[in-house]
Ligand binder design. Structure first.
Ligand code: SUG
Length: 421
């Protein structure tokens, strides 16, 4: 089997809630305190996976991580919480976060054609900038080591040391003439975002490139525009996305846009760079609508498609630009809107919900691969077991904790992944 791109979506976990934990993520802040709908959220994510399977694409799945997380609660001395202390309640909410659904932050992936040893390398992301995300990587690594256990084809690395924040594939892009050909890997780091943190440190990106055995001639380290971070682009994948020879980007994504495009073209003359000017779509509209947090995909027909959130389709400036693009002779031929509104309200669009791995599907543990029949079974478990709604005020309740734990256990049982419990 040739190497193909497999999208591993994170199933939205049963504790999905709006605790407003992510500084610099405007959606998370603006929905803080609202009631969430975990069942609807997971069903929306499943519908996206089914949609992409229906396009003829390879689709995988990662299971939600254990929540509430007893390891984090124990380490913080929070086995009993003082309910009158808002700081303690907020830390407890971290241990309930379903943020592992955004698997674009699970790891950085370098496919086999790019690496010195011819294996696909994955480095789990330490996510240290946000407390609720920093708990993810040890459980993520366990899952990655099961899914990609074949040592002949994969190497899974622990996260880089916590002194350098790493956000995984959300700040990494790969361009190439074809998925199975050697690629140019683009690492996008932040230096400052004004009032908001820059989550990706340049030294974390450089460490990942070394760990993966990448050819330095085929790597670019690019600074994210501080104004993009300040406007709410807490990850690069909120303002740019790449697939094979196409880079689709807002003109304010990078600190030095022209230098970046020139460096890409020098290394990959076949590159097609689609730049959306601020005069057509403002940075604010781009970030609010999540146009760039799209899945840019090569469809089996060879056409390039863009799976966007409904919010982008419904934003007049974005719709106007997309209509013009489709009428032109540009490289992106199809626009496919999907409803992931529950995830979007926490700042996670279609691209956040998936980790791309270029590999032969036959080399991946089949428990992590999806087909129609398995999707239907997962959907049934979610419909029965996932809580219908969570009010952030209910976080910490024993009865809710029991429901959430039982729901995840039922899923792991269905997938044959009890060892992750
Ligand atoms: O890390 N939201 C996530 C969204 C991640 C989006 N991922 C990518 N762009 N690839 C984050 O900010 C919200 C949690 C809360 O507020 O309760 C949250 O973690």
């Amino acid at each position: 089997m040739p190497l193909v791109e497999i999208n591993f979506d994170g199933l939205v976990g049963p504790s999905h809630n709006y605790a407003g934990l992510s500084l610099g993520n405007l959606a998370s802040a603006s929905h803080a305190g609202e009631v969430s709908y975990p069942r609807a959220a997971a069903l929306q994510g499943i519908a996206k996976m089914r949609h992409n399977l229906g396009l003829g694409l390879a689709q995988g799945l990662f299971a939600p991580l254990p929540r509430p997380n007893p390891v984090l609660l124990g380490a913080l001395g929070l086995n009993a919480v003082d309910e009158t202390d808002p700081a303690q309640r907020r830390l407890r909410a971290s241990a309930w976060s379903a943020s592992s659904m955004w698997t674009a932050n699970a790891a950085t992936v370098s496919p086999a054609p790019d690496t010195a040893d011819g294996r696909c390398h994955l480095t789990a992301a330490n996510l240290v900038t946000m407390p609720h995300r920093s708990q993810e990587w040890p459980d993520t690594v366990r899952q990655l080591r099961l899914a990609f256990a074949s040592a002949a084809h994969f190497t899974v690395h622990d996260a880089v040391p916590a002194c350098f924040g790493d956000e995984g594939a959300a700040n990494h892009m790969r361009m190439t003439t074809a998925h199975d050909a050697p690629g140019l890997e683009l690492f996008v780091y932040g230096k400052t975002g004004g009032a908001f943190p820059a989550r990706q440190h340049e030294q974390a990106s450089r460490a990942v490139a070394r760990l993966h055995g990448l050819n330095p001639e085929r790597c670019l380290f690019i600074e994210q525009a501080p104004e993009a971070i300040a406007a709410g682009a807490f990850h690069n994948d909120v303002v740019a996305v790449a697939n094979e020879r196409v880079l689709f980007t807002h003109e304010q994504a990078f600190a030095d846009p022209d230098g970046t495009y020139a460096a890409i073209r020098t290394r990959l003359p076949e590159a097609e760079i689609v730049v959306v000017p601020a005069s057509a779509i403002s940075l604010a509209d781009a970030i609010k609508s999540y146009l760039f947090n799209a899945q840019l995909l090569t469809l089996p027909t060879g056409e390039v498609g863009l799976v966007i959130p409904l919010e982008a389709w419904e934003t007049p400036s974005v719709r106007g630009w997309l209509d013009g693009m489709l009428a032109s002779n540009g490289p992106i031929r199809r626009v496919l809107p999907v409803d992931v509104r529950q995830s979007m309200a926490n700042g996670g669009g279609p691209a956040c919900l998936r980790l791309r791995v270029v590999a032969d599907p036959a080399t991946v543990d089949p428990r992590f691969m999806l087909d129609e029949a398995k999707v239907a079974l997962i959907e049934r478990i979610v419909a029965i077991q996932w809580p219908e709604q969570i009010d952030p005020a209910d976080i910490g309740a024993q009865s809710l904790a029991k429901t959430v734990i039982a729901a995840r256990a039922a899923l792991l049982d269905l997938l044959g992944l009890e060892q992750l419990s």
